[in-house]
Design a protein around this ligand. Structure first.
Ligand code: 5GP
Ligand code: ZN
Length: 119
């Protein structure tokens, strides 16, 4: 498993920076965002250091598919109401103009009653 020693999400994956864990398996970690925009706001990251969606290759297709398939299940677990009345938003910011601040691929999952702080 490759890790970037300067990457904060690699440090969270390795347990060197604490986080409030939502889910973990061999290849994926999900944890609450430190600065939530919505009543439910967690991040899903691959344990492998991948800078962004722009570096994704065909070999990552299964991993990304599993992350997307997991998002609604974890959203329900974290208190989002079911689709269609409830639901959640999934966002992957990519690059500076895409609004990406942490360069370790992450999926934002946001939900819960509106209004939200942003979005
Ligand atoms: P981006 O703008 O890169 O898409 O989102 C990065 C997200 O990571 C932001 O929503 C920010 O609040 C969150 N974040 C940054 N540093 C930490 C941290 O140390 N712990 C946690 N749990 N979230 C973080
Ligand atoms: Zn990383």
């Amino acid at each position: 498993m490759s890790a970037d020693p300067h990457c904060i999400f690699c440090k969270i994956v390795e347990g060197k920076i604490p986080s409030r864990k939502v889910y973990e398996d061999d290849e994926i970690l999900a944890f609450h965002d430190i600065n939530p925009w919505a009543p439910v706001h967690f991040l899903m990251v691959p344990k492998e250091h991948l800078p962004s969606l722009a570096q994704v290759e065909p070999r990552h297709a299964g991993l990304l598919g599993r992350m997307l398939a997991l998002a609604p299940k974890l959203a329900l677990q974290e208190g989002c109401r079911p689709y269609p009345e409830g639901g959640h938003r999934v966002v992957i910011n990519t690059g500076a103009e895409g609004g990406q601040e942490v360069h370790h691929l992450h999926v934002h999952v946001m939900g819960g009653p509106r209004p939200w702080l942003k979005g």
